[in-house]
Design a protein around this ligand. Sequence first.
Ligand code: FES
Ligand code: FES
Length: 169
Amino acid sequence: MSQINVRVDGVDYTDDVEPRTLLVHYLREQLGKVGTVVGCDTSNCGACTVHLDGEAVKSCTVFAVQADGSEVTTIEGIGSADGALHPMQKAFHEMHGLQCGFCTPGMIMASIDLVNDNPDPSEDEVREGIEGNLCRCTGYQNIVRAVQQAAAEMNGRTAGAAETMGAQA
Ligand code: FES
Ligand code: FES
């Protein structure tokens, strides 16, 4: 066992983990952060995406011990303390960017990182930015619209849903 100190969604934890424990399993099984999901066993789907020190990572590709001393943010840590949704969550809801929702936690975490790096992504840039995240339901069009709407809100622009949808139609 190895001891790790990690801050997850704003709370400090000290835990013993097996050296082979993956970060996603630590989050789900030891911390109960089941909003972060496992969608494959090949590191391909992106459903397990979290932020590690502010960067999107597939948490099934990182050992928990590698997060020692780091800050992890999951889908459960991005909303406001008062329960308000993050702008990316709100945009996915408003633009119907999900169907079954299984890919959505990872898709949202990857999309926030994308918008942090590129405040005004084009459709092609959104598609490229989320190419590591697979969705089996939506066909991606509404996901792209949601990311662009959230990018506008996160960066103080006024592009509304109708305008965004009209531009993409
Ligand atoms: S569960 Fe991590 S990439 Fe699929
Ligand atoms: S909404 Fe079902 S996998 Fe994306």
